[in-house]
Write a new protein. Sequence first.
Length: 147
Amino acid sequence: MTLRIKKLNENAIIPKRATSGSAGYDLSACLSEPVTVLPGEIKKIPTGISCELVSDTDAVILIYARSSLATKHGITLANCVGVVDSDYRGEILVAVINQSDKPYTIEHGERIAQLVITPVLLPTVEEAEELSDTTRGAGGFGSTGKA
């Protein structure tokens, strides 16, 4: 499997893993000037890159928040997890939201998210009149007994 990265901006930073045990590749902001995200505000932060996943198997690129930004500053992803479909070739933008009560300024080169590659299962979809019975049955949200 190969992850091909195209720089769309000469100042873009190629994603890399921080350690040999890191699951994700750090995505960095590619900015001409700092961007301040106000409390409750959502901003799309450019990375200056596009990518192509060359693989013999079905896989997807997922964009996750960085735990340090989320826990220390309340900066996380507006859509929880970003999905980069295998046929998308545009710039990777990271939609961040400030969940804190203080403005946060993102600087050029700051690591803002992480890119993780994972397998995708693509089953055949078929309509069914009935589904098999289980002990749980149609028990739904909150059915585990916890209040």
